[in-house]
Design a protein around this ligand. Sequence first.
Ligand SMILES: NC(=O)C1=CN([C@@H]2O[C@H](COP(=O)(O)OP(=O)(O)OC[C@H]3O[C@@H](n4cnc5c(N)ncnc54)[C@H](O)[C@@H]3O)[C@@H](O)[C@H]2O)[C@@H](O)CC1
Ligand SMILES: [K+]
Length: 530
Amino acid sequence: MIPAVSRSLPESLYSADAVRAIDRYVIGQCQVPGFELMQRAASSVFRNMIKVWPEPGRLLVLCGAGNNGGDGYLVAASAVRHGLDVDCVAVTDPERLKGDALKAYQAAVGDGVGVRLWRELDEGARAVLFATAGLIVDGMLGTGVTGAPRAPFDDLIRRCNASLAPVLAIDLPSGLDATTGHAAGDVVRAVVTVTFIGLKTGLLTGQGSGCSGQVVFESLETEPFLDSCGEQPTARRVDWWGLRSRLPVRSAAAHKGHFGHLLIVSGDRGFGGAALLAAEAAIRSGAGLVTLATRPEHVMPALARCPSVMAQGVIHGSELVPMLSRASIVVCGPGLGQSSWGQQMLQQVVTSGKPQVLDADALNLLSQRVPVTANNHILTPHPGEAARLLGMTSAADVEEDRVAAAIRIQQEYGGTVLLKGAGTVITDGRETIIISGGNPGMATGGMGDVLSGMIGSLLAQVATPLEAATLAATLHLACADRASESKGYMGLIPTDVIDTLPLMLAEAERLSERRLREGLQGIDDAVDGE
Ligand SMILES: NC(=O)C1=CN([C@@H]2O[C@H](COP(=O)(O)OP(=O)(O)OC[C@H]3O[C@@H](n4cnc5c(N)ncnc54)[C@H](O)[C@@H]3O)[C@@H](O)[C@H]2O)[C@@H](O)CC1
Ligand SMILES: [K+]
């Protein structure tokens, strides 16, 4: 199976505007002709294509009206030169082509590519093209797309997605917004996307995470110009494999007081499982002490399942006060409910001033009536909760621009914000991080409760809330990926993630200790394949 995201992708993520500005800078200031860049782009696509599909069968190359189409024509030319069977289709009439795209079209025709006009094909011929394709190369729309793909692009995208042939997308799956990861209409579902010059944010978050397939990055030899061009990345890409050898190494003289006392306030009637998942995930991610404040009826089952957790029944908010004073970190929200019990508990937590992780119903209450006052919290909304925090109508509004939504929540509520969903976004207002990894098996109740417990636990053990949220979220996704190897997607449940934690942490501890002992510079590269 092709992995969702290559571990060798660069860290910096750019908006479409930033990548276009870098293109202009390289062409204008560094005197690399645009057509030269296009040739490099096309040969990198062809090289990657042959690596993944050495014998692709009949190639169907779909070319649009802009430079993405220009890339497509040059890929078709390479394929013809290498003796492949190629159907090259001009989705927009070539007479509308300009500049480098026109030059590319002319070069392709000169190399013997037979270009067919989509407009001139009858339905039978169109159906045959898709039915006989062994591989489709999508050169329809790239960073120049605005809004939903218009006719005939929408129809072609649907045909690509209905085809049995895999799709290789040039630069972006057509229809995807390179900045936001949102698709305003139809969008190509690619198996591989070969992207150029700057890694686009939208490939790794929102719909981009689902439709880009394996993302391959090709700099087209522009890296020397990235620093001098002055374009700032919008976010940084992070995954567990890059972070794990930097896990804090425990001293041999460590005692439980060094790793915090986490208080989890969770589990109104009917939601006792959420409390248990958060508490067990916290204790399994290294917290020194974990106390669970929950409805009295959940205490016995909690102790029976997890005796390492100190479980205490609470009925009134005032009973939390002494527990809060003993805690160093608080997690509040999983299974909190929105009844007066949950409201009282949350009120005590937010007024305690303790560093805290607020999740689930704590966020719903926050959006209605409980104001946050401090700045030392981590808020972990899913898109629906994020919409409520922002007063938007629905999760779909948040999904239109996930990075912007996370930043707006941070601006309005302070602290650090972790927006869940495909391509998790974390921001503390100074830095924004996007996390790659994870799988559709995680779309099941309780996964978020596990994450809150892990974030609280790591908040007690690392330097900053951003670091705690990032480590916990990457680890959570990596555990889910590892667990899905044996459980699949449909069978994956939150306790599988908890059960995988010790294994993943043990691997990371070994690497962190080795890094410390050997001071190896290149240890990440060395261990990447382990
Ligand atoms: N020098 C450069 O700038 C390079 C650009 N490259 C390629 O060029 C692409 C960007 O090229 P362009 O700026 O020409 O943009 P695109 O090729 O992405 O698309 C622009 C064309 O699409 C049409 N269009 C926009 N939105 C549409 C919609 N919703 N429905 C239907 N048609 C729509 C526009 O009218 C325009 O004709 C990159 O994604 C990359 O593939 C590469 O060749 C590398 C070098
Ligand atoms: K494309």
